[in-house]
Ligand binder design. Structure first.
Ligand SMILES: Cc1cc2nc3c(=O)[nH]c(=O)nc-3n(C[C@H](O)[C@H](O)[C@H](O)COP(=O)(O)OP(=O)(O)OC[C@H]3O[C@@H](n4cnc5c(N)ncnc54)[C@H](O)[C@@H]3O)c2cc1C
Length: 395
């Protein structure tokens, strides 16, 4: 029988490294500080953080405060104005604390017309951050992150606040709001790190949304892979994705601020693991990105796009059989995606159930920059895709 009598030096080294890691990990507090803990920073400490980041710290004031008796957060925006705008992503993006899906902030302080409104919940900070750093530089972020690490404060990052999973808000946190990192410039001949090749790039502050970044690129004669909706932050997929891949695939370099307050350049030659993670490992987990360098492309000649809505003919018909039929059609269309992708068409699907609006509505969006409008129409002709009773469209 083979017996292991000695360890290789490498293995011993690794074990030691792991045991050191566990020692330092176990010395960390199990939970982040909350305002109910003695360890929560005093007002004077928050003031001093504010002074160290150029007076950019905002104490959270939920915007719908005026919808509640005595306006607990002294909001200046009238309740009717908040209620009218509550359904717009752009409204939430412009506000330091607000997010598109306030269910992730425990539905704190909603205007009366909002989904999830319950008067008895009242108006509290709830799941919104306690303070927000309205930053305009990597240095301010570095100072804020280092301070938060030392004080054991939870950190969240908000760009537009669109996150469907609520990642851009969090209770008892300090939020880094990247909204005002708006720099944009084109470099026609950017040298790829570690290579002799030069390529045209867009260098964009992470606070831009796609509307701003794409408009700037187009005005300068270039196109970028973006999101389809102009209001989303830098990332995602659009009509060019069938040709060039996801927006994350276009990133050649990112400037990242870590929780220890370092400002790192991540690319294929330095901080490669961070670079790899930022291009697909998940948002808000590894540091705060302040700037991206991303590939630009010649502007496409044609973009074709269409939306297919699946719903019962009678929108108030929400019986099981109708619902199942729309699910079948939805599944059928989604299953066609791999084949369509091979033929140059990208797409995505969403589904929505709303009794007040009637039936279940499912949406499939197809788009491409690679095919003509005629072949696009032929390819996404639904009965063909789904092998359902065929209709001869030539008659
Ligand atoms: C109205 C609407 C339209 C949409 N349309 C599209 C579309 O056309 N194409 C598409 O691909 N997707 C689309 N989506 C989905 C969208 O891509 C995701 O919701 C995405 O998470 C939004 O990213 P964001 O940066 O805009 O939002 P945010 O909520 O600000 O951020 C998303 C996540 O990234 C983190 N984060 C933000 N900025 C940074 C930063 N600088 N550094 C580190 N972490 C950061 C946040 O903490 C959060 O976890 C849409 C969503 C909505 C609500």
């Amino acid at each position: 029988m083979l017996q292991l009598t000695s360890f290789s030096p490498l293995l011993v080294g690794e074990v030691m490294a792991v045991s050191n890691l566990s020692a330092s990990y176990s010395s960390l507090p199990r939970c982040k500080s909350t305002p109910f803990d003695p360890s929560w920073p005093s007002e004077a400490q928050w003031f001093s953080l504010n002074a160290s980041i150029g007076d950019t710290l905002i104490a959270t004031k939920p915007v719908a405060s005026l919808c509640y008796t005595s306006n607990p957060f002294n909001s200046t925006l009238s309740c009717s104005e908040v209620a009218e705008n509550w359904g717009f992503s752009t409204f939430h993006a412009e506000l330091p604390e607000s997010v598109d899906y306030p269910v992730w902030a425990n539905n704190s302080c909603l205007p009366p017309n909002a989904t999830g409104y319950d008067e008895s919940l009242g108006c509290h900070i709830g799941g919104y951050p306690q303070y927000i750093a309205n930053v305009t530089s990597a240095e301010q972020i570095a100072t804020a992150l280092k301070w938060a690490s030392e004080q054991n404060i939870r950190v969240v990052v908000k760009g537009t606040g669109h996150d469907l999973d609520g990642g851009s808000t969090g209770a008892y946190s300090l939020s880094i709001w990247t909204h005002n990192l708006k720099q944009l410039r084109i470099n026609d001949s950017w040298k790829i790190p570690g290579q002799n090749e030069r390529v045209p790039v867009l260098i964009a502050g992470s606070g831009n949304n796609w509307g701003e970044a794409l408009d700037f690129a187009l005005k300068n004669g270039w196109a970028v892979v973006s999101g389809t909706d102009k209001t989303v932050g830098l990332g995602g997929h659009d009509a060019l994705s069938s040709t060039y891949g996801l927006a994350a695939d276009q990133i050649l370099q990112a400037t990242v601020v870590t929780t220890t307050g370092e400002v790192l350049m991540a690319n294929s030659q330095s901080n490669e693991d961070l670079f790899w993670a930022i291009r697909g490992g998940g948002a808000g987990q590894y540091g705060v990105v302040t700037e991206y360098v991303m590939l630009t492309y010649p502007q496409p000649v044609d973009i074709v796009s269409t939306n297919i809505y699946l719903a019962a003919a009678n929108l108030s018909d929400y019986h099981d059989s109708t619902i199942n039929t729309t699910w079948d059609a939805f599944a059928c269309l989604l299953s066609s995606f791999p084949d369509l992708l091979d033929r140059g068409i990208a797409g995505n699907g969403t589904t929505d159930w709303s009794k007040s609006r009637g039936s279940m509505i499912r949406l499939i969006r197809f788009m491409s920059s690679m095919v003509s409008i005629e072949s696009f129409g032929r390819m996404i002709w639904m009965p063909d895709i789904c092998v359902k009773p065929r209709v001869d469209i030539s008659k």
